[in-house]
Write a protein that binds this ligand. Sequence first.
Ligand SMILES: NC(=O)c1ccc[n+]([C@@H]2O[C@H](COP(=O)([O-])OP(=O)(O)OC[C@H]3O[C@@H](n4cnc5c(N)ncnc54)[C@H](O)[C@@H]3O)[C@@H](O)[C@H]2O)c1
Length: 319
Amino acid sequence: MKLEEIKNISVLGAGIMGHGIAQSFLMGGYPVMLYDIQQTILDNAKAHIEKNLGLFSQSDLIKKQDIELSLQRLSTTVDLRHAVEESDFIVEAVPEDLSLKQDLFEQVESFCRKDAIIASNTSSLTMGEIGMRVKKRERLVVTHWFNPPHIVPTVEVVKSMWTSEETLNTAYKLLEKIKKMPVKIRQELPGFIVNRIQMALAREVLDLYEKGVASAEDIDKAVKGSIGFRLASIGPLLTMDLGGVKLWLAVFENLLPQIQSSTEPPKALQQLVSQGHDGVKSGKGFYDYTVDFSQAGLDKAIQKRDQEFLNRLKSLYWE
Ligand SMILES: NC(=O)c1ccc[n+]([C@@H]2O[C@H](COP(=O)([O-])OP(=O)(O)OC[C@H]3O[C@@H](n4cnc5c(N)ncnc54)[C@H](O)[C@@H]3O)[C@@H](O)[C@H]2O)c1
């Protein structure tokens, strides 16, 4: 299917990722059918989308009248056939459970158009596994969004063993059209690109923390104000070119034997989890959230994070 043929979008699963993915397509001008297993979940998702459209408008990323126009383009349903029968591009964002996704993909194919593209937002499964029971597999593709998906620009578009070039290109162009920053990944490797890089960074961060080299606040501050500051504007490879490739080689030779290379999950995380801690969800992680551990307090923290992200988004590339 070509980009011009895509008129209707469906998003399956209206949780953390699904409602934000739906919002991105709505802001991009597409009608979206949002599907979940309970109407209350859909009503909640709609309320979140409305609130988040408000934040986009307050940040001048969309016009005030676009809030209402976007909401008018949104439909919700608990009927899967109704959710996908008119759709040209279907994004699955249900829980990360292989058999659930396999069942859903099989059912979706029985209800949707024969040429509709079906994308999965899976973080860790392969389309090779998810799409096993689908008959027309060249229309399957992974589009991996990042939380919060209505704000974070990059979407990894992954070519599975079955994805056709046309499907890959259409998914890529569609995401570009709605002002996301898609990247094509030509092999379905675990963790795609971003999670692999993120894990490599996190392994060293947690090792430094475990060794007591610096406090959690100082480690976060060091990353935020240096590599984080730089990487928000230029990528790591351009950073190497600008700093000098010879210098990078010398630093690698000196530091590589000194830094963490374990294949075990970091002890600092294992310890927190075994003590029943889960970050903001439980009130304690690397920081203590028990001072204001109300839903209102958490909502405020997320709103502050999103406002900072929106300011960044605006300065990055929004027209
Ligand atoms: N949360 C993240 O940061 C993140 C980031 C990238 C990718 N992902 C991936 O996105 C997918 C969704 O994750 P999430 O965090 O939004 O999960 P979530 O639990 O917040 O939302 C999943 C939604 O799917 C619904 N659901 C459950 N069974 C369903 C079914 N049979 N049909 C339709 N809907 C059903 C649930 O009611 C829920 O609303 C997962 O594959 C996850 O790995 C998550």
